[in-house]
Every structure is written in C-alpha cells, then in structure tokens.
Design a protein around this ligand. Structure first.
Ligand code: AMP
Length: 139
C-alpha cells in the first residue's frame, strides 16, 4: 500500500482545504476532527507523508507521540476531563478511513460514552472548542 498525496489530510497540510488548527511544530500538525466523538476531539498528524503506522518511520512515530502526549494534557485541561482516549486505525480492515497517519485524542469524562461516529459538528462549536484547547496550550 502506497501513500496517496491527494488524501484529505495532505490537502490540509498544503492549505488546500481549511482546518481548525490547534498546534504545529517542525514535525507535526494538530487540528479539530470535524466529526468529533467527544468535545475537544482532535487529530495529530506528521507533516511528512506516512500512510499509517505500518510505513511510518521511527522518527515520525516519535514526533507524533510527543505531540499526542502534549495534546492529551491540553484537552484534559481545556474540558476538565478526567482522562483521555487515544485511537489510531490502520488500513481498511483496521478501521482507517483517511490514509495519512493520525492519532485521535479524545478527552473523556467518567461514565460518558463516546458519541457515534459520522456527525458533522457546527463550525461555531468547533471553533469555540478549538479556542479552549489553544488557551490551555498557552497557559
Ligand atoms: P479514521 O481514518 O478511521 O481514523 O477516520 C478519519 C477521521 O478523520 C474521522 O474521525 C473523521 O471525522 C476525520 N475527518 C475526515 N475529514 C476531516 C477533515 N476535513 N477535517 C478534520 N477531520 C476530518
């Protein structure tokens, strides 16, 4: 399986389609998931091409994990969450739908289930939740 540079996250990285940006550094980029399964659900991706963990380099994995840890603290602080769930899917059989490596970061509250997938969030709600996370990162 090869990397398709026309995947939607590659287009986000090139600025060809918009995203609600939360954070970036030299190696990673973080933005809101447009169909959040919890308030604050965001995605961490490497800036360089990788289809998923099966072809990612150790350096890409290290960079993405470092940012995933940073975002875990930020989303928990932003939403007063008691925990965080990290999800990551590989290939169709593994549940992957977008073929650029990404880690889902989901703030969690005791007793609250994840929402079902596939429901687009209002743009204003997404923007307000994104601002909470950016504020937490800046604090
Ligand atoms: P998966 O590959 O199974 O991890 O799922 C891809 C994820 O990307 C889903 O949670 C979608 O809601 C999310 N997604 C798809 N398109 C966009 C987009 N344009 N901006 C932000 N998130 C997206």
């Amino acid at each position: 399986m090869s990397y398709d540079p026309e995947n939607i996250f590659a287009k986000i990285l090139r600025g060809e389609i918009p995203s609600e940006k939360l954070y970036e550094d030299d190696h990673t980029y973080v933005f809101m998931d447009i169909m959040p399964r919890a308030d604050g659900h965001c995605l961490v991706i490497p800036k360089t091409p990788a289809r998923n963990i099966l072809d990612a380099t150790p350096a890409q994995m290290a960079a993405v994990m470092e940012t995933t840890q940073k975002m875990s603290h930020a989303v928990m602080a932003a939403f007063g969450a008691g925990g965080v769930t990290i999800q990551q899917f590989n290939e169709p059989a593994g549940g992957q739908e977008v073929y650029h490596l990404h880690f889902h970061v989901l703030p969690r509250h005791e007793g609250v289930s994840l929402r079902p997938p596939g429901k687009l969030e209002d743009r204003e709600v997404l923007a307000a939740n994104a601002q909470k996370i950016r504020d937490a990162l800046a604090a």
